[in-house]
Design a protein around this ligand. Structure first.
Ligand code: FES
Length: 90
């Protein structure tokens, strides 16, 4: 469904659906995965997480345009996914 995607945790293989109204960070926390965060608005970079597969939809203002284009990191507090599955180094 539009706006929804799945996050896959590379280390455990867990699949976590992300609904339209929730952030990746919220979904990770609800699943007991602790990712440090601060601003929650894509500004500070505290939550930056490595992306192993998939294409993030970047909404943060912390990473540079080149870093966005590399698609190997993203800010789960605000950014989403263009691909159906986003595999994270978690
Ligand atoms: S918590 Fe600040 S960029 Fe995500």
């Amino acid at each position: 469904m539009e706006g929804e995607f799945t996050v896959k945790l590379a280390r455990s293989g867990r699949l976590l659906p992300v609904g339209r109204e929730e952030s990746v960070l919220d979904v990770l926390r609800d699943a007991g995965v602790d990712v440090a965060s601060s601003c929650g608005q894509g500004v500070c970079g505290t939550c930056v997480t490595r992306v192993l597969q998939g294409e993030p939809e970047h909404w943060d203002t912390y990473l540079t345009p080149d870093e966005h284009a590399a698609n190997d990191r993203f800010c789960p507090c605000i950014s989403r996914s263009r691909s159906a599955v986003l595999v994270l180094d978690l």
